[in-house]
Design a protein around this ligand. Structure first.
Ligand SMILES: O=P(O)(O)OC[C@H]1C[C@H](OP(=O)(O)OP(=O)(O)O)[C@H](O)[C@@H]1O
Ligand SMILES: [Zn+2]
Length: 382
C-alpha cells in the first residue's frame, strides 16, 4: 500500500500492470499452453454508424503506451470526428500487447468523451473566449487529460496550473469569491489583486459576491479604472433568474459610464445551450462540469483476425476494417482490403511501425481538424 496519494504510477501504466487482473491470468494461461496467436485487434465504439459523431482524443498517450512493443498500429488522427467502425487497429502477437488493453481504452475513452463534450461548448460560442474551469470536479491526477481534451476541441485555455506544466501551456483564470471574502470587501480585494499580481495577468474582477452584479461591476470599474480588463459574473443559481438579462444590464451600465472596453465573462454551471443564449452579450465563458464531468466514450478492443482467419465475438464484425469519410461528410465502415464503394477516403493512418511512433502530436492541429470536421458533418447542430 503506498503512503503517498492513491494514484497509479506512470511506471505501472508503462509496464502494463495498470490493467485488469484477468489479462495477467490470460497471459499466464496462454503462455503455459504455448499459444500466442498473431491477431488483428480493433478499437471501436459502434460497429455501424449511429448518426451521431464523437471526437477522437487521447491518441498521444495511447501511442506512448504501445511505443516499443513489436506491433504495427494504424489509427485515426486526433481531432477526427467519427461515427462507427475502428478508430485504431493493432497487428501483432497477442501476448505482446494483451495487458495494455485496459489503459489503452482508458486513455482513448476518457479524453475522447471530454473532447466531445468540449466541442459541443466550443461550437455553441465559436467567436467567444472559452476556458476549461472544471478541474475541481475531478481527481487531480487526470487534470492534464481534461485540459488537453478541451484544447483538442478548440478551447482557448484552461485553469489548472500543474496541467499547464504537463501540457506546456500557461494556465489562466480570474479571481475566486474567496479573495473578496478574505479581504472583507470587494474594493480592497480588487485593488490588492491589481497591486500584487503580475501586470501580464488580466484584471478580471469577480462581481457577484455580496451585492448585485450591476452594483459590483460599476464599483469595480470605478475602483480600478483603466486597469480593469473585465468582470466575471458567476451568479449563484439561487439568484440567477434571467442571466442573459443580468449580463445585458451590466453591459448597459458599464457602457453608460464610459467603460465600453470592460469585458464581461460568465461562468457557473454553463452548458452549450447557455453559451448559445449568452454568446452575443458576454465576451467569454468559463465552462467546468460540462467538460470535466463528461462521460468517457465506450470503446472496446476486439480481436477480428486470428492467425489470418476471420473471427469476432457475438455482436462484433470480423475482419480488418476501415472507416471512410465520403466527400459529403458521410462516414461509413467497410473491409480494409476492399476499395470504398462510395469513394470515401480511409481515415486510419500509420501510428506505430515496428514499435516506433511515426506521427507528431499537436493539439492545435487536432483542434483545427476537429472544428473543420464538425462543420463538415454538422456536429450536433441545434
Ligand atoms: O459550474 P462549473 O461550470 O462546473 O464551473 C465551476 C464553477 C465553480 C466555481 O465557482 P465557485 O464555486 O463560486 O468558485 P470560485 O469562487 O472559485 O469562482 C467557478 O468559478 C466556476 O464558476
Ligand atoms: Zn465562487
Amino acid at each position: 500500500m503506498s503512503d503517498g496519494f492513491d494514484v497509479v504510477s506512470e511506471a505501472a501504466i508503462g509496464d502494463g500492470t495498470a490493467t485488469d487482473a484477468y489479462f495477467l491470468r490470460t497471459e499466464e494461461t496462454l503462455a503455459a499452453a504455448d499459444r500466442n496467436p498473431r491477431v488483428v485487434a480493433e478499437v471501436t465504439q459502434d460497429q455501424f454508424p449511429t448518426g451521431e459523431f464523437d471526437l477522437l482524443a487521447g491518441m498521444k498517450d495511447a501511442a506512448r503506451l504501445l511505443e516499443g512493443l513489436p506491433v504495427d498500429v494504424d489509427a485515426m488522427r486526433e481531432g477526427q470526428l467519427f461515427d462507427g467502425g475502428p478508430v485504431m487497429r493493432i497487428e501483432g502477437d497477442y501476448l505482446d500487447f494483451a495487458r495494455y488493453e485496459t489503459s489503452l481504452l482508458g486513455f482513448l475513452s476518457h479524453q475522447s468523451g471530454v473532447a466531445t463534450a468540449a466541442l459541443e461548448a466550443r461550437r455553441a460560442a465559436p467567436d467567444s473566449s472559452v476556458l476549461s474551469f472544471g478541474a475541481r470536479h475531478v481527481h487531480p491526477a487526470i487534470a492534464p487529460m481534461i485540459e488537453r481534451g478541451a484544447l483538442v476541441a478548440g478551447f482557448d485555455g484552461f485553469s489548472h496550473v500543474a496541467a499547464g506544466e504537463v501540457l506546456g501551456r500557461e494556465a489562466s483564470g480570474t479571481m475566486p469569491h474567496a479573495l473578496v471574502i478574505a479581504f472583507g470587501d470587494q474594493e480592497t480585494a480588487w485593488e490588492a489583486f491589481d497591486e500584487t499580481v503580475d501586470a501580464e495577468v488580466p484584471r478580471i474582477a469577480i462581481c457577484d459576491t455580496y451585492c448585485d452584479e450591476k452594483d459590483e461591476s460599476i464599483r469595480a470599474a470605478e475602483a480600478l479604472g483603466d486597469a480593469l480588463d473585465g468582470v466575471r459574473l458567476d451568479t449563484t443559481s439561487s439568484r440567477r433568474g434571467d442571466f442573459r438579462h443580468i449580463v445585458r444590464e451590466v453591459r448597459w451600465e458599464l457602457d453608460a459610464r464610459g467603460h465600453d472596453d470592460v469585458e464581461i465573462f460568465v461562468s457557473g454551471g454553463l452548458g452549450p445551450a447557455d453559451l448559445r443564449n449568452l454568446r452575443d452579450v458576454a465576451d467569454g465563458f468559463g465552462v467546468g462540469g460540462h467538460v470535466s464531468n463528461a462521460d468517457p466514450l465506450d470503446f472496446a478492443l476486439d480481436i477480428v483476425e486470428l492467425d489470418g482467419e476471420l473471427v469476432a465475438k457475438r455482436g462484433k464484425l470480423s475482419g480488418k476494417k476501415e472507416a471512410f469519410r465520403t466527400p459529403d461528410g458521410g462516414h461509413h465502415v467497410g473491409l480494409a482490403d476492399r476499395a470504398d464503394p462510395e469513394g470515401g477516403e480511409a481515415l486510419l493512418e500509420p501510428l506505430i511501425r515496428d514499435g516506433e511512433i511515426v506521427r507528431e502530436f499537436d493539439v492545435d492541429a487536432a483542434a483545427e481538424r476537429a472544428l473543420a470536421d464538425a462543420e463538415a458533418v454538422g456536429f450536433r447542430e441545434g
